[in-house]
Design a protein around this ligand. Structure first.
Ligand code: ZN
Length: 203
């Protein structure tokens, strides 16, 4: 999505409706700095506020995301473009999430190794040794549910039999045997079990 174009379009619509940045911000219950950020193309309106914003500017969400008034003739083409861009955006975010998950895992393991090494080799009181080991394991225990959530929602799992790509439930990801990111799960379409690979793109 062209953030600059959308920003200019917001500004255009706002002035057409005889609103200052401050007046628009007040109507939406946000700061005028937020409005200014949109108009400069430095930020996108939050999805939670998009409908209200469009109402105030008397445009559709499709217009807003296209950065121009969409006519009936190019409506279909336009929404298709927006959906494609959203898919691309999701793929980009999923890749980032999966990288973040690796980073989180590495940091947790380093903390664990460092603290358990200190606890094993440095002379200290028993209770302190125990405490250090406990603290060493804490990050990975805390991070695990988040990492599993990323495994669940980022990208898709592909069935080996029917090649169906889907987002599994949290519990099926939780209970599945896995080797790295490949998990042994039941396909919701053909109901066969297989080692399913993580893929980013649906097509
Ligand atoms: Zn299948």
């Amino acid at each position: 999505m062209d953030q600059i174009k959308i920003g200019q379009f917001i500004k255009e619509c706002r002035t057409q409706n005889n609103l200052t940045q401050m007046q628009l911000a007040e109507k939406l219950g946000i700061t005028d700095r937020a409005v200014s950020k949109w108009e400069n193309g430095r930020a996108m309106p939050d999805s939670a506020i998009m409908l209200d914003l469009c109402k105030e500017l008397k445009i559709t969400v499709n217009d807003l995301l296209s950065g121009e008034v969409v006519t009936m003739e190019n409506y279909n083409e336009n929404s298709e473009k927006i959906i494609l861009e959203m898919v691309k955006e999701k793929e980009k975010n999923d890749k980032l999430l999966l990288r973040f998950e690796i980073l989180m895992g590495v940091v947790c393991i380093i903390i664990m190794l460092a603290l358990t090494t200190v606890a094993s080799f440095v002379e200290m009181e028993e209770w302190l040794r125990f405490l250090l080991i406990l603290i060493g394991f804490a990050p990975i225990l805390i991070a695990c549910p988040f990492m599993l959530k990323i495994e669940q929602i980022a990208g898709f799992y592909e069935c080996k039999h029917c090649h169906h790509k889907y987002v599994p439930t949290y519990s099926s990801v939780f209970y599945a045997m896995h080797i790295n990111r490949t998990r042994y799960m039941k396909c919701p379409k053909c109901h066969k079990r297989s080692w399913q690979k993580k893929v980013i793109s649906k097509d």
